[in-house]
Design a protein around this ligand. Structure first.
Ligand code: X2X
Length: 334
C-alpha cells in the first residue's frame, strides 16, 4: 500500500515537471488604448502586439482594446485600472495618466516644448528618466515612449490668433485639471469631457472648440463636427507611454520582460517617425477640406505664452521643481 502511494506520488511529480514552465506557457494580455488603429496611437499598440507575437513565436499575445473600453470610455481611469490589475498593459497618453501621476503634467505645461527636438530632449534624457521613475513608483512599469503629437486648437466660431479670440469660447478639454487652468487663463470657457463625448458635443454645438493633434483632427473628421478654424499654436505635445501593470510584470521571466520592453521601444520609435513624417500630408488634407488654418507670427505666439504663465506658478510645485528645471535645461541645450 505504502509503495503504491509512493509510486503514485512520483508519477504525479513527473507529470507536473513535464508541464511547461511559466516561461514557455502561452499567455494573452490586455492592452488598453484610447484611439483605435485608424490613428497613429492605435497603430503603435498594434505594432507592439505584432512584434511581441513574432519575437515570442506566438507564445505571448497582446490583445488591444481601443476606445478606452476597458474603463467604459473613462480614459482618465486607465492608469488606476492598470495599477490595480484590471488592465494588464496600455499605450497611454500622459494627459490621461496625469491625475494619478502628477509628474506627467510636465508635458501639458503650455508652450514648454517648441518643437520635436524639445520633446526628444525631455523623453530621451534625465527628465524622461525622472518621469519614468515616477510612473514606476505608482505601480506601472514604463517601457517606452510613443507620440500622440502637438495639440492644435480648432473651433466653429472664427479665426483664433490672439488670446482675446478665445474669450468665452466653449472648449472641450480632457479631464485633467491643468487644462482648466490653461484655458481659464486664456479667458475661454473650458469643459471637461472624455473623447467619446467630444465629437457629439462638437456636432451639436454644445461646445465650440477642441484641441488635439492634427492626426486626430484628420482621422476623426473634426471638420464634419463644425470645426472650420484651426490654429497651429503647438501649445503642448502629448507623448504616449507603453506601460505594464506591476502585477503582470512580476509574473514574467527576465527574458520575456526584455522581449516586451524591446518590442515597445521599437514600436514607439516606428510610430513617432511615422507620425512626424505624415504631418505635412495630414495638414494638406485638412486644408483641402476647407478648414481655415492659421499659423501664428512670433508676436502672436508670444502673447499666448505670456497669457498662460500663471499656469507654471501653480503647477511647477505639483509637478516638481527639479523635474521642470531639468526639462527646461534640456530644452535649452537641445
Ligand atoms: O481625449 C483626447 O483628446 C485624446 C484622444 O487626445 C486623449 O486621449 C488625450
Amino acid at each position: 500500500m505504502r509503495i503504491k502511494k509512493w509510486l503514485l506520488l512520483s508519477a504525479a511529480c513527473l507529470a507536473f515537471s513535464a508541464t511547461p514552465t511559466v516561461a514557455e506557457e502561452t499567455r494573452e494580455f490586455s492592452v488598453s488604448t484610447v484611439l483605435s488603429e485608424a490613428f497613429p496611437w492605435g497603430q503603435a499598440a498594434a505594432k507592439w502586439a505584432e512584434l511581441v507575437e513574432e519575437r515570442s513565436e506566438g507564445r505571448i499575445t497582446l490583445k488591444v482594446y481601443p476606445n478606452a473600453q476597458l474603463v467604459s470610455g473613462d480614459q482618465t481611469r486607465e492608469f488606476s485600472a492598470m495599477r490595480s490589475g484590471l488592465i494588464d498593459m496600455a499605450v497611454g497618453s500622459t494627459i490621461n495618466w496625469s491625475t494619478q501621476v502628477p509628474e506627467v503634467n510636465l508635458f501639458s505645461l503650455p508652450f514648454l516644448m517648441p518643437d520635436n527636438a524639445a520633446v526628444d530632449a525631455i523623453t530621451q534624457g534625465e527628465a524622461g528618466e525622472m518621469v519614468f521613475n515616477a510612473i514606476d513608483k505608482r505601480g506601472v512599469v514604463p517601457l517606452a515612449w510613443g507620440e500622440n503629437g502637438f495639440r492644435e486648437i480648432s473651433n466653429s466660431r472664427g479665426v483664433l490668433s490672439e488670446p482675446a479670440d478665445l474669450k468665452g469660447l466653449k472648449v472641450r478639454v480632457v479631464g485633467s485639471p491643468l487644462f482648466l487652468d490653461t484655458f481659464n487663463a486664456l479667458g475661454a470657457n473650458p469643459t471637461q469631457m472624455s473623447w467619446t463625448d467630444a465629437l457629439p458635443a462638437l456636432t451639436t454645438g454644445a461646445v465650440d472648440g477642441q484641441e488635439n493633434p492634427l492626426a486626430v483632427f484628420d482621422v476623426a473628421r473634426a471638420d464634419r463636427a463644425d470645426q472650420k478654424y484651426l490654429t497651429l499654436w503647438h501649445y503642448m505635445n502629448d507623448p504616449l507611454i507603453f506601460g505594464v501593470s506591476k502585477r503582470v510584470w512580476s509574473t514574467l521571466s527576465k527574458d520575456d520582460q526584455s522581449l516586451l520592453k524591446q518590442a515597445a521601444i521599437d514600436a514607439g520609435q516606428w510610430e513617432i517617425k511615422k507620425s512626424r513624417a505624415e504631418l505635412e500630408d495630414t495638414l494638406q488634407a485638412i486644408r483641402e477640406r476647407g478648414v481655415e488654418v492659421t499659423e501664428l507670427t512670433p508676436e502672436q505666439h508670444q502673447a499666448f505664452v505670456d497669457a498662460t504663465q500663471k499656469v507654471y506658478e501653480k503647477w511647477t510645485p505639483r509637478i516638481g521643481k527639479k523635474l521642470v528645471d531639468t526639462a527646461q535645461e534640456a530644452i535649452k541645450n537641445r
